[in-house]
Design a protein around this ligand. Structure first.
Ligand code: R5P
Length: 302
């Protein structure tokens, strides 16, 4: 089946890279915010029949960046899906490398909304055919999808990059106990018997303040701290500080989605990280690992 790809405003680099991997045409958009705050987006096409009977792939991360917040990104995505729906495509495939609100997958305090499920519910309401996300914070969310939904794993790509930087005597550290299983899977990409450790992390659900502690022997070790998201960098910086206090030689701060909000870069580097590594799920300067080929591999079949 013939494919065509729409590059959303938040995935300009990754979208084009995926189209190149698939050797298909890609369509850009025109987007803005009206003075009242409402979003506008238009697919850059003159002829609405170009999507007819094709597999239309829409790529749009929903992380905040310089040109839009996550709510704008979500609305742009919904509008792109809505436009394509009208144009008789054979299939609509949605790729959301970073899924906003995935951390709000449970009720932490009375009165909250499980908004992650609401986002999936809205996608379901469009009747899309396939959904691809990458290292989504709450993997069980894909079970809420009515269509085929895949959570793509970026761990091998991140590990390959860190190996290429010459990391030796590696210890993988999970920034909290909940992420240990993910860190164990990550560590396997560095070889058998790579130690995986974790620090105790507690986050105050009201203030967001992080308390972290732990004692390990990391002398002469290269430490890789891997998380799914770096937002403000508080989690990463706390883990790096403890790793350094415990003797770590080099520290690699790796995350699939390095949002790097507020003073995250300063906090992480100042805590002692040698390098911050992210993927192109977020268009920024630490996007050293491309997800394009891995995502394209999922999309190339009919
Ligand atoms: C939380 O459980 C996530 O996996 C990340 O650890 C968290 O989102 C990072 O946030 P921040 O960078 O603001 O500490």
């Amino acid at each position: 089946m013939e494919k065509i790809l729409i590059v959303g405003p938040a995935s300009q680099i990754l979208g084009v890279r995926i189209a190149k991997e698939l050797e298909i045409e890609c369509i850009n958009t025109e987007f803005k915010k009206f003075p009242d705050g409402e979003n506008y987006i238009r697919l850059n096409i003159e002829d609405e029949t170009i999507f007819a009977d094709k597999k239309v792939i829409i790529v749009q991360s929903t992380a905040p960046n310089a040109t839009g917040d996550q709510n704008s990104r979500l609305f742009e995505l919904f509008m792109m899906i809505d436009s394509v729906k009208r144009m008789a495509p054979a299939k609509i495939i949605v790729v959301i490398p970073y899924l906003a609100y995935a951390r709000q997958d449970k009720i932490f305090r009375p009165g909250e909304s499980q908004f992650a499920k609401v986002v999936i519910g809205i996608l379901n309401s469009f009747g899309i055919d396939e959904l691809y996300v990458v290292d989504v914070h709450a993997p069980l969310l894909v079970n809420e999808c009515l269509c085929k939904a895949v959570n793509i794993d970026s761990m091998k790509l991140l590990a390959d990059y860190i190996k290429s930087r010459g990391a030796k005597d590696i210890v993988v550290i999970s920034p909290d106990k909940g992420a240990v299983e993910r860190s164990k899977a990550f560590a396997k990409h560095f070889g058998e018997n790579i130690p995986v450790e974790y620090f105790d992390k507690e986050r105050d659900v009201k203030t967001g303040k992080i308390l972290m502690s732990g004692k390990l022997s990391l002398k002469e070790k290269d430490v890789v701290i891997a998380d799914d998201i770096i937002s403000t960098g508080g989690t990463m910086a706390s883990a790096i500080k403890i790793a350094k206090q415990n003797g770590a030689k080099k520290v690699y701060a790796a995350a699939t989605h390095a949002l790097l909000l507020q003073q995250a870069k300063f906090r992480i580097l100042n805590a002692g990280a040698d390098e911050i590594i992210g993927t192109d799920s977020i268009d920024n300067e630490v996007a050293k690992v491309s997800l394009a080929k891995t995502i394209a591999d999922y999309l190339k079949f009919d």
